[in-house]
Design a binder for this molecule. Structure first.
Ligand SMILES: Cc1cc2nc3c(=O)[nH]c(=O)nc-3n(C[C@H](O)[C@H](O)[C@H](O)COP(=O)(O)O)c2cc1C
Length: 212
């Protein structure tokens, strides 16, 4: 398990045409459903898409979305774009070339979704953001669990938030009014991406004082 965790990297290219067997997909999905979530609310609904026509349609919609070239996180204090450049075109390409994509819907029991949160103010907004954050943490656990399960089965891929630029089309294609957290794209590919270095200064140790 440790090897799988430390070896996992985002893979975005060279996916084989080969379909993912149904029992493998089911195994991955059941691992996602086993993830922890605040209050055990299980804020996810998983849309498992293996239909290449749907993936091709959504990939084109993402690629052609308005402002695709400028889709980067904004600074909420200024409304100005943050330092990153848009990766929407690359993400659309991935979506159009994988045999399996799992779209993660947020059922939003705590937050009722982004639009509701955005309409709140003051202390209600602050509290709603905590609930929304907890939902996202649960969804993140679900996503990572599926990703690691997929690696265990010899699959590689990447989780992507960029496709949310076309979230309305994703909603209507997949048949829900709820928000999405993103999409986990998976397939058979040469992993080939080296493991990351452990970054020691991102960990702070608070050990017992051994001199006391
Ligand atoms: C919330 C989130 C959103 C992401 N969105 C995208 C995306 O839209 N497109 C993409 O190619 N990668 C996306 N990624 C993958 C990250 O770029 C990747 O995890 C990061 O660069 C670290 O590389 P690694 O996964 O190989 O460790 C996303 C990852 C996370 C956790």
């Amino acid at each position: 398990m440790i090897e799988t965790i430390l070896g996992r990297r985002s893979v975005r290219e060279a996916f084989a045409e080969r379909a993912v067997p149904e029992e493998v997909v089911r195994s991955i999905v059941s691992c996602g459903l086993a993830a922890p979530s605040s209050k055990n609310a299980q804020p996810w609904r998983l849309h498992v898409v293996t239909d290449r026509a749907i993936l091709g349609h959504l990939a084109r919609t993402v690629e052609q979305a308005k402002n695709a070239a400028r889709y980067v996180p904004l600074d909420p204090a200024t409304g100005e774009p943050r330092r990153w450049t848009s990766t929407v075109a690359e993400s659309a390409h991935v979506l159009g070339h994988v045999p399996l994509a799992i779209f993660i819907e947020n059922r939003g029991e705590f937050s009722s979704g982004r639009t509701t949160v955005a309409a709140a103010t003051g202390d209600v907004l602050r509290s709603a953001l905590v609930g929304y954050g907890f939902e996202m943490i649960g969804l993140g656990a679900c996503i990572q669990t599926m990703w690691l399960a997929a690696e265990h089965h010899g699959l590689h891929g990447v989780f992507m938030g960029d496709p949310l630029i076309a979230e309305d089309e994703i909603r209507s294609t997949l048949g829900t009014d709820n928000d999405f957290a993103g999409v986990l794209c998976l397939g058979y590919a040469d992993g080939g991406v080296p493991p990351k270095e452990y970054v020691d200064d991102l960990v702070v140790w608070h050990r017992p004082d051994e001199t006391a």
